[in-house]
Design a protein around this ligand. Structure first.
Ligand code: NAD
Length: 444
């Protein structure tokens, strides 16, 4: 099938790549000319395990093309995917500017019947807005004879395992009431739908809401666990024992109930805000969602509070080693990362940071530039030199069993603030560390 994908970000690029790998002929179009040039050269602008090889192989085979030429791209595809960003507007609502721009461009240049697929995360009612935008242009062109459908096909990939998630999706949501579109979407996804039928067909609005409901549910699990962790700490309980205790109940399960330093990334914070905004717009008070958001904002400050308390609010002139900058492991994404809240709080208090992250340092450099207060180090050990304490923000695999003797030797005092509960408090005490973690007895 000939497919066009608008947007070569995390979603569009991965989607385009895996569709081309099964044999579809995909043209990815982006307005960012630098990105397109890089992709043509096989340089992948994001870090996503497994992606580079698939992009290079299918680009070389001619099944995956990159262009800034929207006109040619639209003419190529029988299906037009919209996978552009939907960032939060100032009031928290999802900004549909990019999506509607793409809709107008498609309307401007489509010459035959089309299926337009919303892959971007968009509020309930957006498919109608896309339809109206396309219809308006077609009418002006005098081409109301061209028919099209707008399908909602939300994406559920997780950054860090995006390729695997798209190759083996848990579900493929298709929101439309048009039988012909369902048929085309089923054919397109058939290579990913062999083990059992993962396609769930529903009306457009339900499909749009499903995406928000999924992310809000996941964010709720995290904020719930963080609330329990804060309680556990005050009550002298151990959240890790509690986590195992509740996870063993199959109705709860072990997935996604880790306490920590709050959720970040490009999706949970913005999608939660967008759904709260949608609720407000229809005079519905989304009490639970607001609480989830407010717990998360506070949670992002917990490490700083512990650090500040340990050093009796005397952080000026201190230097801290930070391990982990990306909002979660296996990605270079720094959007809304808890590390940013922490670093900015440390800088405001007059402290310096020496940081290491396996993938996100380039992105950190891009965001903060050359700051006197931030040194990015080539290894996790280099980040420790001449610092007053180690702070762990992201749970990358190679932070799990470090050389503690070396850490002790490099730090000016043996203190670790662990935002991901990677180590055992008793063992850390036995090794002579002041060890602070989340929701467990802190052992200074
Ligand atoms: P992104 O910011 O990484 O990429 C968006 C891309 O769209 C950019 O390269 C941008 O240049 C391009 N673009 C903007 N306007 C364009 C236009 N008119 N024509 C062509 N390209 C254009 O965004 P992303 O993370 O891939 O997210 C895209 C959408 O998917 C968002 O709605 C997001 O909420 C949703 N989503 C993201 C994830 C995720 O993990 N990142 C997961 C599921 C859903």
């Amino acid at each position: 099938m000939n497919v066009t994908v608008f947007g070569t970000g995390y979603v569009g690029l991965v989607q385009g790549a895996i569709l081309s790998e099964v044999g579809h002929h995909v043209v990815c179009v982006d307005v960012d000319a630098d990105k397109v040039e890089q992709l043509k050269l096989g340089i992948i602008p994001i870090y996503e395990p497994g992606l580079e090889a698939i992009v290079k192989e299918n680009h070389a085979a001619g099944r995956l093309e990159f262009t800034t030429d929207a006109v040619a791209a639209i003419q190529h595809g029988q299906v037009q995917f919209v996978a552009v960003g939907t960032p939060p507007d100032e009031d928290g609502s999802a900004d549909l500017t990019y999506v509607l721009n793409v809709a107008a461009t498609i309307g401007e240049h489509m010459e035959r019947d089309q299926v337009i697929v919303n892959k971007s995360t968009v509020p309930v009612g957006s498919a109608d807005k896309v339809r109206a935008a396309v219809e308006k242009v077609l009418k002006r062109r005098g081409r109301s004879d061209i028919s099209f459908d707008v399908v909602s096909n939300p994406e559920f990939l997780k950054e860090g395992s995006a390729v695997a998630d798209c190759q083996k999706p848990d579900r493929i949501i298709i929101g439309t009431d048009c039988a012909a579109s369902i048929d085309i979407m089923r054919e397109l996804y058939a290579p990913f739908n062999r083990n059992h039928d993962k396609v769930i067909v529903m009306d457009v609005k339900s499909a749009e809401l499903t995406k928000y409901a999924a992310n809000c549910m996941l964010a709720t699990k995290i904020s719930f666990m963080n609330e329990m962790a804060n309680l556990a700490e005050l009550l002298g309980a151990d959240i890790e024992a509690v986590r195992q205790g509740i996870g063993s109940d199959p109705r709860i399960g072990y997935h996604f109930i880790y306490p920590g330093v709050g959720y970040g990334g490009s999706c949970f914070p913005k999608d939660l805000q967008a759904l709260i905004h949608t609720a407000n717009s229809i005079d519905f008070d989304a009490k639970l969602l607001k609480a989830v958001e407010s717990r998360n904002k506070e949670q992002k400050t917990t490490l700083f509070q512990k650090i500040n308390q340990h050093f009796n609010a005397q952080l000026k002139g201190k230097t801290f080693a930070i391990w982990g900058l990306s909002f979660k492991p296996n990605t270079d994404d720094m959007r809304d990362a808890p590390s940013r809240v922490l670093m900015e709080a440390l800088w405001s208090a007059g402290a310096k940071v020496q940081a290491y992250d396996p993938e996100a340092m380039e992105e950190t450099q891009r965001i903060y530039g050359n700051r006197e207060y931030l040194t990015l180090c080539g290894t996790k050990e280099a980040a420790l030199k001449n610092t007053d304490a180690l702070i762990i923000v992201t749970e990358w695999q190679n932070f799990r069993a470090p050389d503690f003797e070396l850490i002790k030797a490099l730090l000016s005092e043996p203190t670790i603030f662990d935002g991901r509960n990677l180590y055992e408090p008793n063992r850390m005490a036995a090794k002579g560390f002041n060890y602070y973690s989340v929701g467990r007895a802190n052992l200074p």
